[in-house]
Unconditional design. Structure first.
Length: 206
């Protein structure tokens, strides 16, 4: 973390180490509360998907379209990005800006690859006659998978903004706390995707 110096006489902008720890603790606690609320959101989407999982309205079914090899590559990109984010965190802990930026860049690239594949998949499914309006099943599918994709996009946008802060201020205590929250968010998205892969794609081809 950045070093804390003793304030000069009359200086009122000093933040004590104890105050910073309180700030970091409150920030992480608040972010955990947000993660729990997001769990409720995804639980609702999974429940909706489960209820509508056989509502095809006589139209195209997921078994006809899902390509597990394609989805496996998507999954590998997202899961490996958790490892690269971990390497970025190690760089931040060591105050190594080069390592931090390198691994954050790799993480961003993998997230972009995942999103590109997901958008292609959506385009392909729609082209084959399985749009969000085709049946209740496909509406639930796009709502669930699309919401996860929007979260990945939000994480990438957050990453860009954080890089701006890092380039401006360096690896400060505040920026490290922000990075820790983003790391928690990114790993959370990986866990959600494992559930999507298992319950939507694997069960969809059975």
């Amino acid at each position: 973390m950045s070093q804390l110096t003793v304030p000069e006489a009359g200086y009122t902008g000093y933040v004590s180490e104890e105050h910073h720890h309180d700030y970091a603790g409150d920030t992480l606690l608040g972010f955990w509360i947000y993660i729990m609320s997001d769990c409720i959101l995804f639980a609702s989407l999974f429940a909706t998907y489960a209820v509508l999982s056989t509502s095809f309205a006589g139209m195209i079914t997921p078994k006809e379209l899902f390509d597990l090899n394609f989805v496996a590559v998507e999954t590998a990109l997202l899961l490996f990005s958790s490892f690269t984010f971990g390497m970025a965190m190690l760089g931040a802990q060591k105050k190594n800006m080069t390592q931090l930026m390198l691994w954050l860049g790799i993480t961003f690239a993998m997230g972009a690859g995942f999103l590109a594949m997901e958008l292609y998949e959506f385009w392909h499914f729609t082209h084959e006659g399985a749009g969000y309006f085709t049946s209740a099943y496909w509406s639930a599918f796009y709502a669930l998978v699309g919401t996860h994709g929007l979260h990945v996009f939000a994480g990438m946008l957050w990453m860009v903004i954080l890089v701006v802060h890092l380039l401006k201020d360096g690896i400060t205590d505040t920026n490290f706390t922000r990075l820790s929250c983003l790391s928690l968010f990114w790993h959370f998205l990986d866990i959600i995707w494992i559930c999507v892969f298992s319950l939507v794609y694997l069960m969809g081809v059975m």
